[in-house]
Write a protein that binds this ligand. Structure first.
Ligand code: SAM
Ligand code: DTB
Ligand code: SF4
Length: 320
């Protein structure tokens, strides 16, 4: 019988996370749920709503993404303009009325131009005025940009490591993981909270999954919010035929994230629309305590609010 509170090495390394993955499923879930209960109410789930404020036409080549300009013919995603302030206000208000506590705005950019950033800052102010937390995901930040966002009251900046360092070059060639780390450090230095996670199911090995979790947990301090995305295999992207992942392996990844980052919110992120209710319930048992809430992610679908409300009621979960 495994001890559910055995300490992990500091700093945590890939081998320690691989040892978690290797546990019998029931032992791993018991341990993850035990750790979860030491830090969180196990029946409360944080809800964030996403809005794509600028869709498509991106210069980058991330193999999972529908928004790269290199494949807009294949994916059919057209390049859009930065949304108007009024459109953002309407969407944020609606999200608040449905129970979301955080509003996350995403743009298909390598990084923001200074002129665009000023317009996005207006959007942050609109969200904050509604009494919601604000999160942005705009790509790599340039000099002084994190400070401007912090001064505008931005709560979280999302920028993912996406996968383990050893697999990264197979997925993205136009910007490095080191550049991502620099953006994360600038966010931290400016005093904002970090939302940073990755994608599971891109054909990576278990060792790569363990390495991603170890890298995230080694950030000092670990990200306050950790989105674990299941790949949404979007037709027209290089990963459209990625090999299917054993769903239990996804649950193991959530459990490993929970144990390695006991005080972080772990978000069951993209891919919920493709999951059964039972699989989502296992993810909550493994320690996921946040979701994207609302009918759409950026370009792909998400379970509708009525379905999520019914699932919460069936599982005795509430928002927080
Ligand atoms: N352009 C910015 C960037 O790349 O940081 C912000 C938006 S980008 C779409 C944000 C994150 O969404 C990516 O880092 C990736 O982890 C996730 N993502 C994008 N497409 C996905 C897909 N098809 N399946 C799962 N996650 C995805
Ligand atoms: C994150 O980790 N996942 C979200 C958010 N951060 C920006 C994005 C998921 C995108 C899923 C594919 C799409 O809708 O295009
Ligand atoms: Fe561009 Fe972000 Fe998509 Fe990469 S993930 S192609 S940077 S929108």
């Amino acid at each position: 019988m495994t001890n559910p509170t055995l300490p992990l090495p500091t700093p945590i390394d890939t081998a320690a996370v691989e040892a978690l993955f290797a546990l019998p499923f029931n032992d791993l879930l018991y341990r993850a749920q035990t750790v979860h209960r030491q830090h969180f109410d196990p029946n409360k789930i944080q809800r964030s709503t996403l809005l794509s404020i600028k869709t498509g036409g991106c210069s980058e080549d991330c193999a999972y993404c529908s928004q790269s300009a290199r494949r807009d013919q294949e994916t059919g995603i057209e390049r859009g303009k930065l949304l108007d302030l009024e459109e953002v206000k309407v969407a944020a208000k609606a999200a608040k009325e449905k129970g979301a506590t955080r509003f996350c705005m995403g743009a298909a950019w390598r990084g923001p131009k200074d002129g665009d950033l000023d317009r996005v800052i207006e959007m942050v102010r609109v969200v904050k005025d509604l009494g919601m937390e604000a999160c942005l995901t705009l790509g790599l930040l340039g000099p002084g940009q994190a400070e401007k966002l912090a001064a505008a009251g931005l709560d979280y900046y999302n920028h993912n490591l996406d996968t383990g360092a050893e697999f990264y070059d197979r997925i993205i060639t136009t910007h490095s993981q080191e550049a991502r780390m620099e953006t994360l450090m600038s966010v931290r230095r400016a005093g904002m909270k970090i939302c940073c996670g990755g994608i599971i199911g891109m054909g990576e090995s278990r060792k790569v999954r363990a390495s991603l979790i170890a890298q995230l947990a080694s950030l000092d301090p670990p990200p306050e919010s950790v989105p674990i995305n299941h790949l949404v295999a979007i037709p027209g992207t290089p990963l459209e035929n990625a090999p299917p992942l054993d769903p239990f392996e996804f649950v193991r990844t959530i459990a490993a994230a929970r144990i390695a980052m006991p005080t972080s919110y772990v978000r069951l992120s993209a891919g919920r629309q493709q999951m059964s209710d039972e699989l989502q319930a296992l993810c909550f048992l493994a320690g996921a305590n946040s979701i994207f809430y609302g009918d759409k992610l950026l370009t792909s679908g998400n379970p509708d609010v009525a379905h999520d409300e019914a699932l919460f009621a069936r599982l005795g979960l509430t928002g927080c």
